[in-house]
Design a protein around this ligand. Structure first.
Ligand code: PEP
Length: 256
């Protein structure tokens, strides 16, 4: 099954993780040029290290690329050395923030409840929260992938979630940075299950409006096949978002 014409406008999001210095602005510049020359039918987002949000957003916001953070604290301010608040990301020119990436769930023990609190803080600051969910290989092998992910969707989305303010990113942990991806059938089945969950919770009007991204080893060679699946409303891209040429080739999936 392929995407329906009523599906939400897709989002192609790049997660640079802890990569990139100011010199990487040449990649953003190159991407901006390609987007201006051939605009894709999707929103484009780059989430660089927090130090680069201000210089990038200052130079390129409003020119076809939005910018965002990779995490935020649940509190608005206070004694949290080394952390960044949602308002600080917004103040730097960010419009989105990734919350609950599996690397943070694993490295910092972030729970679903902590992620929901961070997402709530993001919404309060006017950011769009990209909430990440995904099963481990052991959970997939045990046949519990859909139950695990739907449980994460239930518990990680804050009560105030709306389709305009929250994006769900399905990222199988075992597919991130490994070059491995689930089959198209498995991706479609998971996205359909997430859609069903969102519709059960938010209703028949709002549920179908949420964007559900796929993430995990998306690259130019597999982007079109994955991104044209039903209920796949974009991608969260790690490694392949670092180079303008690669990220732009992924955007080709949304060019006519
Ligand atoms: C990610 O870290 O969100 C990700 C999807 O990484 P990669 O595309 O490199 O697998």
């Amino acid at each position: 099954m392929t995407r329906s014409p009523q599906a939400p406008r897709p989002l192609a999001a790049g997660n640079w993780k802890m990569n990139g210095l100011l010199a990487a602005r040449t990649e953003v510049e190159a991407l901006g040029r390609r987007i201006a020359a051939a605009p894709p039918a999707c929103d484009v987002l780059i989430c660089p290290p927090a130090t680069l949000i201000r210089p990038f957003a200052g130079a390129w916001s409003g020119q076809g690329i939005a910018f965002g953070g990779q995490d935020c604290h649940a509190a608005a301010s206070g004694a949290h050395t080394g952390d960044i608040s949602a308002a600080m990301i917004a103040d730097a020119g960010g419009a989105y923030v990734i919350i609950g990436h599996s690397e943070r769930r694993a490295a910092y023990g972030e729970s679903d409840a902590a992620i929901a609190a961070k997402a709530e803080a993001a919404l309060s600051a006017g950011l769009v929260a990209i909430v990440c969910v995904g099963e481990t290989l052991a959970e997939r092998d045990a046949g519990s992938a859909i139950a695990v992910v739907c449980g994460q969707v239930d518990a990680s989305l804050p009560p105030a979630a709306t389709p305009d303010a929250v994006v769900v990113a399905y990222e199988p942990v075992w597919a991130i940075g490994t070059g491995r991806t689930p089959s198209s059938g498995d991706i479609a089945a998971m996205h359909a299950a997430i859609r069903e969950r969102l519709t059960a919770r938010f209703g028949a009007q709002e549920g179908p409006r949420f964007r559900i991204l796929y993430g995990g080893s998306v690259k130019p060679s597999n982007a079109a096949e994955i991104l044209h699946l039903a209920n796949v409303d974009g991608a969260l891209v790690g490694g392949a978002s670092l180079k303008a040429a690669d990220f732009d080739a992924i955007l080709d999936a949304y060019r006519g």
